[in-house]
Design a protein around this ligand. Structure first.
Ligand SMILES: [Zn+2]
Length: 126
């Protein structure tokens, strides 16, 4: 992987990061802020606005799931951006093998090769 590859994936990552932040902002504006929810979950660090509109609990749950999944992905993206800076980007953090270009194009923040990912999911019982 050369410098222009790094630039390419940095752009992909920043774009995805922006999209996720917008998604999180949307979730917060439409659901989280209205609930007064202040749990120890990942979303708790977002400012909570006064509740004034009731929200269906199914929708709340959905918003919460979107929010926490997005936060996790954001962390992965930040880690990937860091790995670009250190030149480790594109390598599996588990086994050090290069992650296939195809996989990185699809999931630019991937940190595991397919082999290690399958193994990780097995351990989770997924
Ligand atoms: Zn691996």
């Amino acid at each position: 992987m050369n410098k222009s590859d790094f630039d390419h994936f940095r752009k992909l990552l920043l774009k995805e990061r922006k999209r996720l932040l917008e998604e999180l902002g949307w979730v917060e504006a439409n659901y989280i802020g209205k609930s007064g929810r202040d749990t120890s979950g990942e979303i708790s660090s977002f400012p909570v606005h006064p509740a004034d509109v009731g929200t269906d609990s199914m929708e709340m749950e959905k918003a919460y799931l979107i929010g926490s999944a997005s936060s996790e992905t954001l962390e992965d993206i930040d880690e990937a951006l860091q790995r670009i800076e250190t030149g480790d980007y594109g390598k599996c953090v588990e086994c050090g093998q290069e992650i296939s270009r195809e996989r990185l194009e699809a999931v630019p923040y991937a940190k595991l090769c397919l082999h290690c990912k399958a193994k990780a999911e097995e351990n989770l019982g997924a």
